[in-house]
Write a protein that binds this ligand. Structure first.
Ligand code: BDR
Ligand code: CA
Length: 324
């Protein structure tokens, strides 16, 4: 087993797309990180963290531990918002455990967060990048909303926002809302309506991106520590999905957002008008998707509707095999 990362052969064609992953690791965020680190179609400029699945201290520690496991502490990590724009933070410890990443022995982080905050680092990297940067938020949208508020001049330099969150159908935090949007609906409303290209990978598509327990157990046989750690992590993650949904295995929600950015035709999307409910307590954080165009308003979001599960899981497996 080698200690270095094996990157798949660079594809012929366009240069890697620069991306920033804004996340709250989180079992599925952690896999999103690996995909973003290893795929040649993208270049991960930074990881920024937000309070979400766990508090900010924990999500930041988890991000650093995953980069340490992957041997990629060269990627800067910046801490963002500890909580939503206007509401108290509600964490998902019932899904991800108290640490936000329960179930495996992760290494002690071998790096610390950079001194710049998430918004400052994102702004600097976007400003310095020769090509527009794609933002990939996989937690509550607080940091992205703050960035857009603080730096309107950078908007032309943001290629797209490809996020995990929302749902056309069922919710998971409540009957009507998906967790990331439910935690900070005010931030989500600002991001969905920001006028930049937005792609939403919601539960409709991420629930199709499920790995069975047998498939994630098989990651332990890839011959890498990373594969073994993620097999353990996903055995823990599967408990919640077995108890709540009766499923064999777990959706790898956040990695779908990265998979879509790779532009390999894995995810099909439809352009729809999407608005976020911020006032009702009953439906707080609902992404209201106007599938039939009843509002007569132009689409503002490309909504993920289906995914090639087998190819997606192949990418995930290859990523796990590529790290030490
Ligand atoms: C989303 O919520 C979090 O628990 C996951 O990391 C994912 O981003 C799924 O609803
Ligand atoms: Ca997440």
């Amino acid at each position: 087993m080698s200690g270095s990362v094996t990157t798949p052969a660079a594809p012929k064609g366009p240069a890697p797309r620069p991306i920033i992953l804004d996340c709250d690791p989180g079992h599925d965020d952690a896999l999103a990180m690996l995909l973003a680190l290893v795929r040649p179609e993208v270049r991960l400029l930074a990881v920024t963290t937000v309070g979400g699945n766990a508090d900010l201290r924990r999500t930041t520690r988890n991000a650093l531990a995953v980069l340490t496991l992957a041997g990629r502490t060269d990627v800067p990590v910046a801490m963002g918002a500890p909580g939503p724009l206007v509401r108290p933070l509600r964490v998902a410890d019932w899904v991800h455990g108290e640490s936000g990443l329960d179930g495996a022995d992760l290494p002690e982080p071998a790096a610390a967060p950079v001194s710049e905050g998430a918004v400052a680092l994102m702004a600097r990297l976007i400003g310095e990048s020769p090509t527009p940067v794609t933002l990939v938020p996989t937690g509550p949208l607080t940091n992205v909303a703050l960035l857009l508020r603080a730096h309107p001049e950078l908007r032309p330099r943001i290629a797209r926002i490809c996020l995990m969150g929302g749902s056309m159908g069922e919710g998971n935090a409540t009957a009507s809302a998906e967790f990331n949007i439910w935690v900070d609906p005010e931030a989500a409303a600002e991001v969905f309506d920001c006028g930049l290209p937005v792609a939403m990978m919601g539960l409709d598509v991420t629930h199709q991106a499920r790995v069975t327990v047998a498939e994630s157990d098989a990651w332990a046989t890839l011959g890498t520590r990373t594969g073994r750690v993620f097999a353990d992590l996903f055995r823990f993650f599967a408990r919640f999905h077995r108890d709540r949904y009766g499923w064999d295995g777990s959706p790898i929600h956040d990695a779908v957002a990265v998979a879509h950015v790779l532009d390999l035709g894995l995810v099909c999307t439809e352009p729809y008008r999407v608005d976020v409910e911020t006032t009702s307590e009953l439906t707080r954080g609902r992404t209201v998707v106007d599938i039939r165009g009843l509002l007569g308003r132009p689409p503002n979001v490309d909504v993920g509707v289906s995914i090639d599960r087998e190819r997606f899981l192949g990418l995930v497996r290859d990523a796990l095999a590529a790290f030490p």
